[in-house]
Design a protein. Structure first.
Length: 267
């Protein structure tokens, strides 16, 4: 079985004034990959100064990790007011180049989930390189999160060329509205991506693929922080698709896995 890879910067999350902790797509995806127990690897970056604080918790999940040094680490200040989350970009992380992703760690990967933290992380030419001979999944944060410091406010000022080589696009509800306005079959089709997944948290998701749209129900898991569920969902979906599952079946598998992770049934 060929490997599934996850590529992206790890984040330094500063939550409610607490100590730095690891975050970002590679960490969240590794939670899913640990359960899936299939050949996989993670290619990630942060500064050498932050490596000792951020990498051990990621490595402890048991998925092979390749780290490359970056000048800066993606850093977010996160504040909670009840269930509302407010984010401030403290530092913008590494901008991946085509040369960066011609990495031996990805040599045998037939499917790659790209986990941007900001729009600046993966320009179109880098995604084109990653997609050579591979199914490419992209998290919608890479469309709507501006690559600058300050309060994090979503917008749709992305280069449409980013989507040219994307096979699967996952959009959270707020990202979908930022990109599409009215989320419907027609507006999704205009993106030109073969498979688009719009997630609605505990309410489920909609799969747009093969000219159809299908709602996939989810079961709410109470009293849990859902941060990171999106990249876990995308990774599980891509893993299912790469082993022959149809889009809706893959979404159902991904939904079940995320529910299990949130409920603590899967470790």
């Amino acid at each position: 079985m060929s490997a599934l890879a996850v590529v992206g910067n790890v984040a330094c999350d500063l939550v409610d004034g607490g100590p730095p902790r690891v975050g970002g797509g590679p960490f969240d995806a590794a939670m899913a990959l640990r359960v899936l127990a299939r050949p996989a690897r993670i290619l990630t970056r942060c500064s050498s100064a932050d490596r000792a604080a951020l990498l051990p918790d990621l490595i402890a999940l048991g998925v092979p990790v390749t780290w490359r040094e970056a000048e800066t680490t993606s850093t977010f200040g996160i504040r909670y007011d009840g269930e509302r989350r407010f984010m401030h970009v403290e530092a913008v992380g590494h901008r991946w180049t085509p040369a960066d992703v011609r990495d031996p760690a990805l040599a045998d990967a037939s499917a790659v989930h790209v986990a941007p933290l900001l729009r600046s992380d993966f320009p179109p030419e880098t995604l084109a390189e990653l997609a050579r001979g591979r199914r490419l999944s992209l998290d919608g944060q890479g469309l709507v999160r501006p690559g600058r410091t300050g309060e994090l406010v979503l917008d749709a000022d992305f280069d449409p060329a980013v989507l040219r080589h994307v096979s699967v696009l996952k959009l959270a509800e707020e990202e979908a509205h930022a990109v599409l306005g009215d989320v419907n079959h027609g507006s999704v089709a205009e993106l030109g991506v073969p498979e688009v997944l719009v997630t609605f948290g505990p309410r489920g998701s909609i799969v747009y693929a093969d000219g159809d749209e299908t709602f996939v129900r989810a079961n709410e898991v109470a009293n849990v922080d859902p941060t990171g569920a999106g990249d876990a969902y995308s990774t599980a979906y891509l893993a299912a698709r790469s082993t022959g599952a149809a889009p809706v079946a893959a979404a159902r598998r991904a939904t079940a896995l995320v529910e299990g992770l949130l409920a603590g049934r899967l470790r």
